[in-house]
Design a binder for this molecule. Structure first.
Ligand code: CP3
Length: 364
C-alpha cells in the first residue's frame, strides 16, 4: 500500500460513518468541470479522454475546485468519467464538444456481448491510468480533504453501451430489457464484475470513499429497477466490502446515487451502502423517515437553484440544512451534477452559506 500524507479534514468520512460532525460537510457532483474557466482552458488544449488518461492532467483538474474554493469543499472527486468501464470492456467512446459521449460501435444485439466486448478485463491493464491518477492526486492533495472515487452503475452503463450516447427515451436499451431479459442480465453481470474490480483498485490506489452513479435508474419502473438495477448495485457494495476485508484493507464508505428512483429509497437503505445521494425531487423529511437513520443522506438542492440570485441561494441552503440537520448523517450536495453555465461566484455563495449556517445551526 501507498503511504499518504495525514488527513486534515475527515468531516465527510465521519458523516458517512454516522459519527457526529461540527457542521455538515459539502462537495458538489461534477465539481471539476465545465463551469470553471480554468477547466475550459485545459480542455482547449486536450481531448477529454486524453485528460482522463494522463495522471498529471487528471490531478491538475481534480485540484482546480479545491484550490479555487480553498477550505470550502470537504472532498475532491477524481477527474475521470463513468464511460471508462465501457472503454475497458472494448468499446470506443469519444467525447464530442456540445454533443457529449458518442460510441463508435455500440452494442446492437445480444450476440455483440461476445463479439464486441472483452471476455476478461484486467482492470490494472485497462484502467491502471485511473489508479495512477488517484495515487498522484491523493499525494498532491496533501491531506487537505479526502479523495472520492466512482463508477457508473451497471444499468446506466448498459444504457450508454446500447444507446451509443445520451438518449431521451432509452428505447434501444429498454428493448433489450424487455426482449432479451436473460442476455441483459448477463451484460449487467459482466459490467458488475469489472465495476467491483475497478472500485477495489481505486481504494487500493488511494480513494477514501466511492460513489456509484445510477444516473438512469429513475427511467425504470419500480419493478424493472428491482430486476435490472438494484441486484447489481447491491452486489457491488457487498463484494467490494468483503473483498477489501479479505485483502486486509478497511472498507471505505460507499455512496449510491440513483437519480429519479425515489421509490427505491427504502430498499437502497438496506443493501450495504453507507450513504444515499438524493435528487431534488425528494423531500428531506420523507427521506429521513423512510431511511430511519440507517444511512447518511447526501444532497439535494436543485442544480438550477445556482442560477438564482445570492439571497435566493442563501435561503435555499438554509431551508435544506434546517430540514436535513447539520451534525448527523448528512452531506450537503446538489441533487445532480452542477450545470456548465453556472457562475462560479454563485457556487462560492452556496459553499460559504453552508459553512456559516451549518455552524450557526449546530451552536443553537
Ligand atoms: O464530478 C467530477 O467533477 C469528476 C468527474 C466526472 C465527470 N463525469 C467529468 C466529465 C464525473 C464523476 C462524471 C460522471 C458521469 N459521466 C456521469 C454520472 C453523473 C451524472 O451527471 O449523471 C455520467 C452520466 C457521465 C457521462 C457523461 N460524461 C456525459 C453524458 C457527458 C456529456 C454531458 C456533460 O455532462 O458534460 C460527459 C462529459 C463530461 N464528464 C465532462 C466532464 C467534465 C464534460 C466534457 C467536456 O469537457 O467536453
Amino acid at each position: 500500500m501507498n503511504e499518504f500524507p495525514p488527513l486534515k479534514n475527515d468531516l465527510i468520512l465521519r458523516a458517512a460513518r454516522g459519527q457526529k460532525t461540527e457542521r455538515a460537510p459539502v462537495w458538489i457532483m461534477r465539481q471539476a468541470g465545465r463551469y470553471l474557466p480554468e477547466f475550459r482552458a485545459e480542455r482547449l488544449k486536450h481531448d477529454f479522454f486524453e485528460i482522463c488518461r494522463t495522471p498529471e492532467l487528471a490531478t491538475l483538474i481534480t485540484l482546480q475546485p479545491i484550490d479555487r474554493y480553498d477550505g470550502l469543499l470537504d472532498a475532491a472527486i477524481i477527474f475521470s468519467d463513468i464511460l471508462v468501464i465501457p472503454q475497458a470492456l472494448g468499446l470506443s467512446v469519444e467525447m464530442l464538444p456540445d454533443k457529449g459521449p458518442v460510441f463508435l460501435d455500440p452494442l446492437v444485439v445480444p450476440e455483440d456481448i461476445d463479439l464486441k466486448l472483452r471476455n476478461k478485463v484486467d482492470v490494472y491493464q485497462e484502467l491502471g491510468y485511473v489508479f495512477e491518477a488517484i495515487t498522484m492526486t491523493r499525494k498532491a492533495l496533501n491531506g487537505r480533504v479526502p479523495l472520492l472515487g466512482f463508477i457508473g452503475s451497471p444499468w446506466t452503463l448498459m444504457a450508454y453501451m446500447i444507446e451509443g450516447g445520451s438518449s431521451r427515451t432509452l428505447s434501444k436499451a429498454k428493448t433489450w430489457l424487455f426482449k432479451y431479459p436473460e442476455e441483459s442480465k448477463r451484460l449487467l453481470q459482466k459490467i458488475t464484475d469489472v465495476g467491483v474490480d475497478f472500485l477495489i483498485g481505486q481504494v487500493k490506489a488511494g480513494a477514501q470513499m466511492v460513489q456509484i452513479f445510477d444516473s438512469w435508474g429513475g427511467e425504470l419502473s419500480p419493478l424493472d429497477f428491482n430486476l435490472f438495477s438494484l441486484p447489481f448495485i447491491a452486489q457491488i457494495a457487498k463484494r467490494v466490502k468483503s473483498q477489501l476485508i479479505n485483502d486486509g484493507i478497511e472498507p471505505v464508505p460507499m455512496t449510491i446515487f440513483c437519480k429519479g428512483s425515489w421509490y427505491a429509497l427504502e430498499s437502497l437503505s438496506n443493501i450495504g451502502y453507507d450513504t444515499i445521494s438524493l435528487d431534488w425531487t425528494i423531500d428531506p423529511i420523507y427521506a429521513k423517515n423512510i431511511t430511519k437513520g440507517k444511512v447518511t443522506l447526501q444532497g439535494n438542492m436543485d442544480p438550477n437553484m445556482l442560477y438564482g440570485d445570492h439571497d435566493t441561494i442563501r435561503a435555499s441552503v438554509r431551508r435544506m440544512l434546517e430540514a436535513f440537520g447539520t451534525n448527523e448523517r448528512y452531506i450537503v450536495n446538489l441533487g445532480h451534477g452542477i450545470l456548465p453555465t453556472v457562475d462560479p461566484e454563485n457556487v462560492r455563495v452556496f459553499l460559504e452559506t453552508i459553512h456559516k449556517v451549518g455552524l450557526e445551526l449546530n451552536n443553537n
